[in-house]
Design a protein around this ligand. Structure first.
Ligand code: GUN
Length: 300
């Protein structure tokens, strides 16, 4: 029998909608008062079907928020020189405030070189080495979208995060490490754990905030959760169960929800927040580029 759900379910879909509404309202004000329309350029190299879906959704949501969307679809065999030349043009284009190069790139392209060619002020993914350094030293930066979305949900649920024990399971450059930096910025006591951590269950049980971003389906089970803790599940894993395709997180939802105080579901938790935060970052970049006040509540 499935365990009874006790935790408050954090509705990422509804939260993302609120963020998108805030962005759209701010964009409308920028247009009316400053004649400024933020613009996001998304670059897709090759025909990976999952990436094509993400890029299409980003374009739809960008336009729905009132911003300009510029899609650049390049052939899978595009040379590094041609891709870098496109980034140089986008860097120089004042109507483009945000640039996102969809990852993964085809094998013949050096992702680090490509990402680091983006003007850091337009790096709405927050992956440029300058933004990584700025975040790590507590300076104003562009912040990676997924951890920013997690931080917004945590602040909304807890109010202040200061003094809470946070455990981030996962050490990726895209989620784990920036998530840890953001939680540290909000004065949490932060532990970064991962698949090789000794006695991971015991480490996780110390967490008031447990962020699972390890990329392993249902690895975090209820016995690893402190009663009343907030569990943020970043994982999106496609598995097959009882002959059916299923989407599950890095957290075993039923067992964790029986112990946690609050939990994000998969799907409908962190996922929808990522694109909402991409829109927020594009708006922030446009405001900064024009010396205007940044949107409140939409940055770290
Ligand atoms: N591919 C999967 N997620 C992301 C993301 O957040 N940014 C980029 N650029 N590529 C991705």
């Amino acid at each position: 029998m499935a365990a009874e759900t006790k935790a408050k379910v954090i509705d990422g879909k509804a939260f993302a909608e609120k963020v998108r509404e805030q962005v759209a309202a701010h964009v409308a004000r920028l247009q009316a008062e400053n004649g400024l329309t933020p613009g996001l350029a998304v670059v897709l190299v090759g025909e990976d079907p999952a990436s094509a879906v993400y890029v299409k959704n980003k374009g739809i949501q960008t336009k729905a928020s009132g911003m300009n969307s510029y899609e650049h679809k390049l052939a899978a065999d595009t040379s590094e020189a041609d891709l870098l030349a496109l980034i140089d043009r986008l860097n120089a284009d004042p109507s483009v405030h945000g640039i996102l190069v969809q990852l993964p790139l085809p094998d013949h392209l050096n992702s680090e070189l490509v990402i680091n060619r983006i003007d850091p002020a337009k790096d709405v993914d927050g992956f440029h080495i300058s933004n990584v350094g700025l975040l790590g030293t507590g300076q104003k930066s562009m912040v990676p979208c997924t951890p920013l979305g997690c931080l917004m949900m945590l602040r909304d649920h807890h109010g202040k995060l200061a003094g809470l024990n946070a455990v981030v399971v996962g050490r990726s450059n895209i989620v784990g490490k920036p998530m840890a930096q953001l939680l540290l910025g909000d004065s949490c006591t932060v532990t970064i754990a991962h698949s090789r951590t000794k006695d991971l269950a015991e480490v996780c049980r110390g967490a008031d905030i447990l962020v699972a971003a390890v990329g392993r389906p249902e690895m975090i089970t209820g016995d690893m959760v402190k009663p009343g803790a907030t569990v943020i599940d970043v994982g999106i894993n496609r598995i097959e169960r009882d002959g059916k395709a299923k989407l599950v997180g890095d957290v075993h939802y039923e067992s964790a929800a029986a112990v946690a105080g609050a939990i994000t579901p998969v799907p409908g938790g962190v996922g929808p927040m990522t694109i909402a935060c991409l829109l927020a970052n594009t708006l922030t970049a446009a405001c900064r580029a024009n010396g205007l006040a940044e949107p409140e509540g939409l940055t770290a």
